[in-house]
Design a protein around this ligand. Structure first.
Ligand SMILES: NC(=O)c1ccc[n+]([C@@H]2O[C@H](COP(=O)([O-])OP(=O)(O)OC[C@H]3O[C@@H](n4cnc5c(N)ncnc54)[C@H](O)[C@@H]3O)[C@@H](O)[C@H]2O)c1
Length: 326
């Protein structure tokens, strides 16, 4: 029989990736003992408890801001988690370019609050969900875990700052953290400000789909359930103090992504509308993920062609999620 997971506190568990983690952890790892998962989320515009409907009653929920030390301390005192998996963040690059205050608060200050409380309550493991964006852009080749951090957007800078803070805690206090850096995730339940769900939503409504510049910017795309598989493996097998890239090897430029969505949905390419590029737009991200593959045996199960079909099917079957947002 598989060992049960210890009591885990998940921040940002009502978000796109955090909710996939909660659903998988409950369904796979603690089918008979739902309350070993504690979700902390302050339900910003991006948080939505409908994402956790299918596991309702099998996790404990606290609506709380991770920057609110007093409140979060009360939750730690009451629940005594052994592990923290930290997804909560402001995540939309465009929003960070308009105004970065909340990004610095949640992504840096919020992380610092958690780190201090984890020290106080002697947490056994802290998993930081970082991002490939902390490395900046790469024209050729791939970033390894030891590549320098050269973030280019306020969002990426806030994530990099959190990583550096965590690294300082590892060194100074022997803090039991592991940092994971996933590439671009996509799949069910993603908020439609991001490229893939936004394009699907606009295609459903026969509206113009905006693409920055000429759509040549390249991202590495990972189906969200594969990413969560990787995080669950890291939870069991990852080495404390280490960093792990989580990449799929499936690179596509934005134009290719949108054209593929339109083809599958049988919509015309004339829906595409090129718009002025975003300032500081990174040209390409690409991760060397050999470390996680070697150490945990992880590899993604879903290639982009399958994943994008599954994602479109999901949005078509769950139009209510989209339409209640717009
Ligand atoms: N989506 C991606 O492609 C991707 C790729 C790499 C890394 N990441 C990282 O993964 C994590 C999850 O990303 P996502 O796409 O699921 O984000 P998301 O925006 O869908 O969800 C973020 C969640 O955090 C919550 N939250 C925000 N501020 C909070 C606060 N102050 N206190 C408590 N809760 C708060 C929100 O309510 C929401 O539920 C983030 O840390 C992000 O930086 C995302």
């Amino acid at each position: 029989m598989r060992k049960r997971l210890p009591k885990i506190l998940v921040t940002g568990g009502a978000g796109f990736m955090g909710s996939e983690f909660v659903r998988q952890a409950i369904n796979k790892d603690c089918p008979h003992r739902g309350l070993s998962l504690i979700v902390v989320d302050n339900l910003t515009y991006a948080g939505d408890l409908r994402r956790l409907e299918e596991v309702r009653g099998r996790y404990k929920f606290y609506k709380a801001d991770i920057c609110d030390k007093k409140k979060i301390k009360g939750i730690f005192r009451k629940e005594k988690p052994k592990v923290v998996v930290h997804f909560a963040a402001e995540t939309h690059v465009d929003k960070s370019i308009q105004e970065s205050t909340q990004f610095l608060k949640t992504n840096i200050k919020g992380t610092q609050v958690l780190l201090e409380l984890c020290r106080l309550f002697k947490i056994k493991k802290f998993i930081q969900i970082s991002s490939d964006e902390v490395y900046g852009e790469i024209k050729k080749g791939r970033f390894s875990e030891s590549s320098p951090l050269k973030p280019n957007s306020p969002y990426a800078a806030s994530k990099a700052a959190a990583d550096l803070l965590i690294k300082s805690y590892i060194r100074t206090y022997n803090f039991p953290a592991i940092i994971v850096r996933p590439c671009n995730n996509y799949g069910p339940w993603q908020y439609p400000e991001k490229l893939i769900p936004q394009s699907i939503l606009k295609a459903i409504k026969n509206e113009k789909i905006p693409i920055y510049g000429r759509g040549k910017n390249i991202r590495e795309w990972l189906y969200v359930s594969d990413c969560v598989d990787a995080i669950l493996l890291i939870l069991r097998k990852g080495k404390k103090g280490e960093i792990y890239n989580i990449g799929s090897g499936q690179e596509r430029n934005n134009l290719m992504v949108v054209k593929q969505i339109l083809r599958i949905m049988r919509k015309p390419e004339k829906l595409i509308k090129f718009v002025k590029d975003r300032p500081g737009h990174d040209f390409r991200y690409s991760l060397d993920s050999s470390k996680i593959r070697k150490e945990t045996g992880w590899k993604p199960r879903t290639n982009f062609t399958e994943g994008i079909k599954l994602t479109i099917d999901w949005y078509l079957e769950n139009k209510k999620y989209l339409t209640r947002l717009t």
